[in-house]
Write a protein that binds this ligand. Structure first.
Ligand SMILES: Nc1nc2c(ncn2[C@@H]2O[C@H](COP(=O)(O)OP(=O)(O)O)[C@@H](O)[C@H]2O)c(=O)[nH]1
Ligand code: SF4
Ligand SMILES: [Mg+2]
Length: 416
C-alpha cells in the first residue's frame, strides 16, 4: 500500500493558509474568514494530485496565535509540522514581522522537512516587497518559492507545478543496486582486518547482500587481504584469480569496499563490472543524485593552495588506524593537492556549525547513518551556496585515474 504524502500549510494568522488549502483541493474544505484565528483547529482534506497521487493536506491555525486558546492550537500546528512531509509556508508580504516564519523554517529544518515558501499576494503591488523579506528569512536559497494569489483559481496550476517540480515524494523509490538481475552472481569484496568489528557486516554490506538476495540473484562475499595484496604477495593474487574463475557463470559486477579500489581496479577482469559500496550508498541516500556527486569531483582540479576542503562523515563511528576520512583521503589530498586545507565534520550537522562558505568542495561519506531527508537537506543547502559535493568512493576511484572513475560509474548508467 502506498502511503499518502502529507502536505502541511503553515504561516501566520490570516496569511491565506485556508485559501491555499481551498485552492489545492478546489473545494470549500476549510473555513475562510477575515477574522483572525478562524481556523480553530487543524483541518484535514484528502485529495488526489495528478502526478503525485493521494495526498493528505493539513490546514493549520496560525503559529502566531497568542491568546489562551491559541497555545492549544499552536500545539496542534506543531504536531502537524511533525507529521507532514512537505511544508507550505504561506507568507503575506504586506505584513512586517517575519519571526513566526523563521520559527516555522527552523522547526521544519530541525524536523528534516521539505519546504516551499508561498508568497501570497493580496494585491499585485506586494510583489516588490518579496526580495526584502527574503533577506530576513533563514536560508531563503535552500528552498524554492512560489508567488501567487491564493484566491485566484488561475494560480492553481502554478501551485501544482511548483509542488510537482520541487517536492520529492516519500514513496519515491530508489533501487539500491538498479543493475542487479535475477539469477546472476555479484561479488561483494569485503576486506577485513583485525579492527573490523566481528559479528556483523557494516550497514552498506548488509544492505547489498539483502538486496541482491531479495532480487533472486546471488551475492558472494570475498575477504580480500588488503595488506598482503598491497605488499605484492603473489599468493593473494592467485587466491583472488582462483575465486573469480571458479564460477560456472561469470559474475556480473564486483561491489568493493572503496579502500580496496587501488588493488581491485587491476585485479577485476575487464568483462566484470565494478563499483563501490560507498557509491551505492550515496546514490541511494541522495535518492539517485549520483551524477551530482560525479560532477563534484571535477572541481578538484581547480583547487589552489589555501583552499578549504570539507571531509564530511555522517556518523561518529569509532575510528580505526587507517580510517578513510581522517587518514587515507587526507594523505591523498596532501600528496596531489599540496597546500589545500582539510576540514572535518563528523555526525549529523555540518552546515550550521562550520563556515561552509569558504569550502571549495565537500567530500562526503556514504551517508548510511542519516535519513534521506537529511541528505536531501544537505544537498539543497550546498546547491544553494554553489559548493560542489563528491563522495569517498568517487574520490578514491578518481585518485586511481579517470578510467577507474569511469569504470565504477558505468554500472549506474542506464543500460538500454
Ligand atoms: N484579495 C485577497 N484576499 C485573500 C488572499 N488570500 C486570502 N485572502 C483573504 O484573506 C482572509 C484570510 O484568509 P485565510 O485563508 O482565512 O487565512 P488563514 O488565517 O491563513 O487561514 C480571507 O478573507 C481571504 O479571502 C489573496 O491572495 N487575495
Ligand atoms: S554514515 Fe558515513 S561514516 Fe558513518 S558508517 Fe555510514 S558511510 Fe561510514
Ligand atoms: Mg485559516
Amino acid at each position: 500500500m502506498t502511503e499518502r504524502d502529507i502536505i502541511g500549510i503553515f504561516g501566520k494568522m490570516n496569511s491565506g493558509k485556508s485559501s491555499l488549502m481551498n485552492l489545492l483541493t478546489q473545494q470549500e474544505t476549510s473555513i475562510v474568514d477575515s477574522t483572525p484565528g478562524t481556523t480553530t483547529d487543524t483541518k484535514i482534506a484528502l485529495a488526489e494530485i495528478h502526478g503525485l497521487g493521494p495526498v493528505k493536506i493539513i490546514d493549520t491555525a496560525g503559529f502566531d496565535e497568542t491568546e489562551l486558546l491559541g497555545e492549544k492550537k499552536r500545539k496542534k500546528s506543531i504536531a502537524a509540522l511533525k507529521e507532514c512531509d512537505l511544508v507550505l509556508l504561506v507568507i503575506d508580504p504586506s505584513t512586517d514581522d517575519f519571526e513566526t516564519e523563521n520559527l516555522i523554517i527552523n522547526e521544519a529544518r530541525n524536523l528534516e522537512k521539505q519546504l516551499i515558501t508561498v508568497f501570497n499576494l493580496f494585491k499585485a503591488d506586494d510583489r516588490v516587497l518579496i526580495r526584502e523579506i527574503e533577506s530576513t528569512l533563514y536560508k531563503p536559497d535552500s528552498y524554492s518559492k512560489i508567488v501567487l494569489s491564493a484566491v485566484d483559481i488561475n494560480d492553481r496550476q502554478l501551485l501544482l507545478f511548483s509542488i510537482l517540480s520541487n517536492y520529492i515524494p516519500k514513496n519515491h523509490a530508489v533501487e539500491l543496486l538498479p543493475f542487479v538481475e535475477q539469477e546472476e552472481f555479484y561479488i561483494l569484496n569485503i576486506p577485513m582486518d583485525e579492527e573490523t568489528p566481528s559479528g556483523r557486516y557494516l550497514r552498506p554490506q548488509a544492505m547489498a547482500e539483502e538486496y541482491i538476495t531479495r532480487k533472486w540473484a546471488f551475492p558472494v562475499s570475498y575477504r580480500m587481504n588488503l595488506a598482503m595484496a598491497r605488499m605484492g604477495d603473489l599468493s593473494e593474487r592467485t587466491r583472488w584469480d582462483g575465486f573469480v574463475n571458479s564460477f560456472t557463470k561469470r559474475p556480473k559486477v564486483i561491489i568493493t569496499d572503496s579502500q580496496a579500489i587501488d588493488i581491485i581496479k587491476d585485479w577485476a577482469p575487464e568483462d566484470i563490472g565494478l563499483t563501490t559500496f560507498s557509491i551505492m550508498m550515496i546514490n541511494f541516500m541522495s535518492r539517485g543524485q549520483l551524477p551530482e556527486f560525479v560532477n563534484g569531483i571535477r572541481s578538484l582540479n581547480a583547487l589552489l593552495p589555501g583552499d578549504h576542503i570539507l571531509i564530511a562523515e555522517a556518523c561518529n563511528h569509532s575510528r580505526i588506524k587507517e580510517d578513510i576520512g581522517t587518514v587515507q583521503i587526507p594523505k591523498l589530498l596532501n600528496k596531489f593537492y599540496p597546500g589545500v586545507i582539510i576540514d572535518h565534520s563528523f555526525g549529523r550537522e555540518f552546515f550550521d556549525e562550520l563556515d561552509i562558505q569558504k569550502c571549495k568542495l565537500v567530500i562526503h561519506c556514504g551517508g548510511c547513518m542519516i535519513s534521506n531527508q537529511r541528505m536531501a537537506a544537505r544537498l539543497r543547502d550546498l546547491n544553494a551556496t554553489g559548493i560542489p559535493i563528491t563522495n569517498y568512493g568517487i574520490f578514491l576511484s578518481y585518485m586511481q585515474g579517470e578510467e577507474t572513475l569511469e569504470r565504477v560509474i558505468k554500472p549506474w548508467m542506464s543500460r538500454d
